[in-house]
Design a protein around this ligand. Sequence first.
Ligand SMILES: C[S@@+](CC[C@H](N)C(=O)[O-])C[C@H]1O[C@@H](n2cnc3c(N)ncnc32)[C@H](O)[C@@H]1O
Length: 248
Amino acid sequence: MSSAARDISRSTGSPLQPCLGVKVAAGWLAGLIARRRRFGYPPAMASPAQFWSQFAARYDGHVLSRDAVVLSPRIANATGPVERVLDAGCGTGQVIVELARIAKRVDAADFVDEMLTIARRKAQTLGLTNVSFEKMGVDALAFPDGSFDAVVLSNVLHLVDDPGKALREARRVLKPGGKLVAPSYCHAEGLGALLLSHVSALLFRLPVRQRFSVNELLRLVESSGFSIEGREVLRFKMPLVFVEARAA
Ligand SMILES: C[S@@+](CC[C@H](N)C(=O)[O-])C[C@H]1O[C@@H](n2cnc3c(N)ncnc32)[C@H](O)[C@@H]1O
């Protein structure tokens, strides 16, 4: 090693450190690629609806759904024991299982048949008789104004083309003063989140439509006719803000 190189390595720490960093990053990337192969993700050109329909059978137990399992009781706790609640973008029904225990009536909606089939089967297996399922987009809810005491949008807002429209629809179908519970991933909350978001979109072809920061999302919720009641940021692999708001 030349004396100049020795000086640089002395001033920057061990010359092994960058090497280790590269190895860790390479290991992480190799892990992601291996996982991608194992799960056989839908083809690159799939639309969001096609993606979710092809992914439905693998959703439960997959890393993408793990946080929802942890969050479900908290979501039900946030809606409270209401008369009627809507779970918009219900997926395989992980959240409705908890909602059905606490609300008199649960309406569950998703735009993918395969998700609804799994959710319906789950409700039947568990003997949940107070849940009904309907196929619809979160941005075009087929319910009259003021139908619900609470609306849940769990892990959905970053996946839709127009989250403002979805929020305004939630606002419309809520009774005045009704509760919105919207735990949402914030893909632009810091550089790490942004990097993870782009890498996973590339490798797993996740149909991420929105990359917002916590503050950007909160502003959108407020400008869609809600007043924010709670906003805890949970540090999952991807930061998630647990938004609780009231229809203003
Ligand atoms: C990541 S999963 C979340 C499922 C569930 N809310 C949970 O927390 O486990 C996203 C779900 O939203 C649905 N979805 C995405 N965009 C939608 C839209 N525009 N209208 C209705 N459902 C949509 C997908 O089909 C999928 O079931």
